[in-house]
Design a protein around this ligand. Structure first.
Ligand SMILES: NC(=O)c1ccc[n+]([C@@H]2O[C@H](COP(=O)([O-])OP(=O)(O)OC[C@H]3O[C@@H](n4cnc5c(N)ncnc54)[C@H](OP(=O)(O)O)[C@@H]3O)[C@@H](O)[C@H]2O)c1
Length: 321
């Protein structure tokens, strides 16, 4: 990229973002990638451990592979050990020297999250990165064994509890990072703490998904305030061709199929946030394609600090042991 054009890049980048389709697609990724600084060094995470939830598929598997390629010891938290092992083998086929371990963890189960965190605390001295990637979009309102609605349990309560339980390990690393994999879909939703479990009205999977993805962005900001010294980030991957999209939104996937990103392209910013020095100097921001983005465009989607604190209180009560 010529020096003369460089001052224009932020403008082009912002235009791509506001136009949504080009920015979220592989076109946006390809354009932005052409002007990024050099990639992280191959040893950026060497000697450090990274935990990725929902790591057996799609973006989670790509994030685990990306962290392994940067030298991290990777703990893949998966609800199905067989699927986890198969994904581990695929990662090792690509990166044979990596240390990759599969741990059983159902993020929607508070008991399972506590058990996985206890194992990690027993086995690890410290934690460089925790990526909250596991995601679902159920067509109907479903409750977990704990009695919580499934999307809020998977996207919000499980990650909240896991972060709390792994705090000692994060505190033991001088440059720890936590990454919430949210979604651009959260822009359509405001924070709702009056009905966090979707008891009112007709349940819609996409609406519950967007609302809980909004909660993740606010939760990242709340954790950023409470974890000094840890970089807590939320990000969105754009649109990537993963089972999450093709199975949950088949019509959308067919419509935008040719312009979907690969899983690696969608996971790029999550991996970058784990290792980039620039990301370590910030906390509480919302990222896409290696750049902080606004958290709201529509005025009705902005929340007050009081509403955010109500989310914290809800999470604290709902995850109490
Ligand atoms: N793909 C996109 O374009 C896109 C866009 C915006 C945001 N995202 C976000 O990216 C994340 C990954 O999605 P994806 O597209 O890669 O979809 P995916 O291929 O369906 O992956 C989702 C992963 O989450 C796991 N998971 C779901 N519920 C879980 C639970 N209770 N406990 C543990 N693991 C659980 C799944 O495990 P199983 O295999 O066992 O089901 C799977 O490994 C999600 O948070 C999603 O919201 C994706």
């Amino acid at each position: 990229m010529s020096r003369a054009l460089r001052p224009l890049l932020p403008v082009v980048d912002t235009l791509l973002d506001r136009a949504v389709v080009p920015g979220y697609s592989k076109l946006g990724y390809a354009l932005r990638r052409s002007w990024w600084d050099a990639d992280l060094p191959a040893d950026a995470l060497l000697g450090h451990c990274v935990v990725v939830t929902g790591a057996n598929s799609g973006l989670g598997r790509a994030t685990a592979a990306g962290a392994a390629r940067l030298g991290a010891t990777v703990r893949m938290l998966c609800r199905d050990l067989g699927r986890g092992q198969r994904a581990r083998e695929e990662i090792l086929a690509d990166c044979p020297d990596a240390t990759v371990v599969v741990d059983e963890c159902d993020l929607s189960s508070l008991k399972s999250v506590r058990a996985a965190a206890a194992r990690l605390r027993d086995e690890l001295p410290s934690l460089r990165g925790l990526v909250h990637n596991a995601g679902v979009m159920p067509p109907e309102r479903t409750e977990t064994d704990d009695g919580h609605e499934l999307t809020v349990a998977t996207h919000v309560l499980g990650p909240h509890l896991l972060t709390a339980e792994l705090q000692p390990l994060l505190a033991a690393d001088s440059d720890a990072r936590v990454v919430f994999v949210s979604s651009g879909g959260m822009y359509t939703s405001r924070l709702r703490t009056d009905d966090p479990e979707f008891h009112e009205g007709t349940y819609g999977g996409a609406a519950a998904y967007a609302r809980t993805k909004r909660m993740q962005v606010v939760l990242a900001q709340l954790w950023a305030q409470r974890l000094p010294g840890v970089g807590v980030h939320a990000m969105h991957p754009g649109w990537a061709g993963t089972p999450g999209i093709t199975d949950s939104l088949p019509r959308f996937a067919r419509l935008v199929g040719p312009i979907l990103r690969s899983a690696e392209q969608g996971a790029d910013t999550a991996v970058w946030l784990l290792g980039a020095p620039a990301a370590g100097r910030t906390s509480g921001l919302f990222w896409h394609d290696r750049r902080p983005r606004p958290t709201s465009y529509l005025p009705f989607t902005r929340s007050t600090p009081q509403e955010a604190e109500r989310l914290w209180d809800y999470c604290a009560v709902a995850t109490r042991g």
